[in-house]
Structures are given as structure tokens and as C-alpha cells.
Design a protein around this ligand. Structure first.
Ligand SMILES: [Zn+2]
Length: 316
């Protein structure tokens, strides 16, 4: 992907940034900046929106997230059930029998499968990976759709249809979050709720050059995602920093005037910059210690040791 489109801050419209990190996807070059006015962290310059869609249909699925073939479902199902089971625990109080529920970026549909079993809701799932859609059909008997969200939301029969929409580690992949929220509003009933689970720039549990990746045009904090949502008429009504993925955050949002939103403090952009530096230092200190103390180990064992240390760091 060409990282050649220069953008102003999509949240406040200013062009006043500081570089916060210069690597991503391990040690590849990737520039993330932070807006000094509103503290939003975003890739700049970045690929176009069309390139992002192509990327998520191909490279992203091939290299990391999609199934490699339908039978891979078997080895992935157990950990997926554990992960989506935690997501379900967080959101289940907002579901009732007969609700229309949509999962955007649903993978092979484990969350929908759980919701259908436990709450007897009507379910819809959209997913860019054709193999995941086939696995959902074969193993869970779910009719998932291999369609992108804009096309799905543009269909007249989907207007004002859903009581609940889930986006688990999907929202941070959108290069145009404000437009996507408008689409979400148009297909959500007035009293509807939305689940969002995303990485949190102020709760990082992995190396920053792994945390930052080209697929995430934005790295949100509670404050900045709250502001993006507020701009679209949504408020956060439930929040947790203990998301199913270590280091993430999850929330329930609503645009109903009847709901009371959570009040949150503004981020000082310098504190966010400092925080990322601290995380970088913590991980590089461990790397240096490992190399100094265990230089005599074969590379393969050093790697194993390093994975064990990373697992430990996630718990700290
Ligand atoms: Zn800004």
C-alpha cells in the first residue's frame, strides 16, 4: 500500500501534530502522529480509503486474520469461543429474545453463534473473508454475508433494522470512522446499542512496533474515541479497560437521549507521547537483558524465552 495521502486531524480539523512512533508491523516504517490539539493518534501520511478496503480484503486476511482454509476452523474454535465468550459476558445485558443483531467483521461467527444459542436473537454477520463465511455456514449453520459494510448499510431493507450491532476489533480498521458511524446510525433502531472493542493507546501490553500496524489508521484512547462518537451523536454508556484482548478497551454506545453517557477526562497529548516512550523502554530493557543474560542459548530457545517474557509482561 502507498502511504502517500497527507491528512489533517479527522477529529478536530487542525494540522498540528508531533510524531509519536515511526515503526509498525514489526520494524517496517510507519509514521503515527498525535494531534496536539485533540490528542487523536493516526497514521499520516497514509493509504487511500480504496487501498484500505483492498488491503482488508486481501493482505490482512492472508497474512494475519482470516482462515487459511475452511478446516482450520477446528484448531481456532476453542480459543475463539473463549475470547468471544468474554465479549458476550460484557454485552449480554443489552440483548433480549427476538432482537435483530448484526456483527460487523464477524469472522466465522462465533459471537453470533453464542448469541443465537443463549438469547435466541435474529442474527446477521458480515465478513470480508469468504473462507470465514464458508466456515460459519459449515460449522455453525450461520448465513453470514461476504460483503463490505458500506454496501450492506446502503441496502434499503437494512435501514432502522437492528437492535444491537457488535464490532469486535473492527472499528480501528476504518479509515473513515465518522462516515461509518453515520451508516451505523442509519441501520440502528433509535433505542439500539452498539458494542465496540478496540486497542487502547493508553493500555498497551505489547511491543509498540507490534501494537502500531498499517491496518489501524487510528489508535484511540477512551477520550479520543469518546470524542469521535460524540461528534456522531453517540455516548458511551458502559466501559471497561479489561477487554477480552489484553490491552484493549471495550464499550457499549447509544444515541438515545434516554441514556446517560460516561464523563471522561481530556488526554494531555504530552502524556500520551510519554506513555508510548515508557512502553518502548520497558520492552527494549527486557530485550537487552535477555540478550545479555542468555546470549549462550541457541536462538530458538532465546525466542521461546522471549515469548514467555512477553506473556508475563501482558500480566503486569
Ligand atoms: Zn485533532
Amino acid at each position: 500500500m502507498q502511504q502517500n495521502i497527507y491528512i489533517k486531524c479527522p477529529l478536530c480539523g487542525e494540522d498540528n501534530t508531533e510524531t509519536i512512533y515511526t515503526k509498525g508491523n514489526l520494524s517496517k516504517g510507519l509514521i503515527n502522529v498525535i494531534c496536539k490539539n485533540c490528542s487523536l493518534v493516526y497514521i499520516n501520511p497514509r493509504p487511500s480509503e480504496e487501498e484500505y478496503l483492498e488491503f482488508h480484503k486481501e493482505e490482512f486476511l492472508r497474512d494475519s486474520h482470516g482462515l487459511k482454509d475452511v478446516s482450520q476452523f477446528a484448531e481456532k474454535q476453542e480459543s475463539n469461543l473463549r475470547l468471544k465468550g468474554k465479549v458476550y459476558d460484557f454485552l449480554e445485558e443489552y440483548l433480549k429474545e427476538g432482537d435483530n443483531v448484526l456483527d460487523i467483521g464477524c469472522g466465522f461467527g462465533t459471537l453470533l453463534h453464542i448469541i443465537q444459542e443463549k438469547k435466541h436473537c435474529n442474527i446477521w454477520g458480515i465478513e470480508l473473508s469468504q473462507l470465514d463465511v464458508e466456515a460459519g455456514k459449515k460449522y455453525y449453520n450461520l448465513n453470514l454475508l461476504n460483503i463490505n459494510f458500506d454496501d450492506f448499510a446502503s441496502q434499503p431493507e437494512n435501514k432502522n433494522k437492528f437492535d444491537f450491532i457488535a464490532m469486535h476489533h473492527t472499528f480501528e480498521h476504518f479509515p473513515d470512522p465518522l462516515e461509518k458511524l453515520e451508516f451505523i446510525k442509519s441501520i440502528l433502531k433509535d433505542s439500539g446499542k452498539v458494542y465496540i472493542g478496540v486497542p487502547n493507546i493508553l493500555n498497551v501490553k505489547k511491543r509498540p512496533d507490534v501494537f502500531f500496524q498499517i491496518g489501524h489508521p487510528f489508535s484511540y484512547s477512551l477520550y479520543t474515541i469518546g470524542k469521535v462518537l460524540e461528534k456522531s451523536g453517540f455516548k458511551i454508556i458502559k466501559f471497561s479497560n479489561r477487554a477480552a484482548f489484553p490491552g484493549g478497551m471495550e464499550m457499549i454506545i447509544s444515541s438515545s437521549p434516554a441514556e446517560k453517557g460516561i464523563v471522561f477526562k481530556k488526554d494531555d497529548y504530552r502524556k500520551v507521547v510519554e506513555y508510548v516512550k515508557e512502553i518502548e523502554n520497558k520492552f527494549s530493557l527486557f530485550r537487552r537483558l535477555r540478550d545479555r543474560l542468555f546470549f549462550w542459548l541457541p536462538a530458538r530457545l532465546r525466542l521461546k524465552l522471549s515469548r514467555a517474557i512477553n506473556r508475563l509482561l501482558k500480566k503486569i
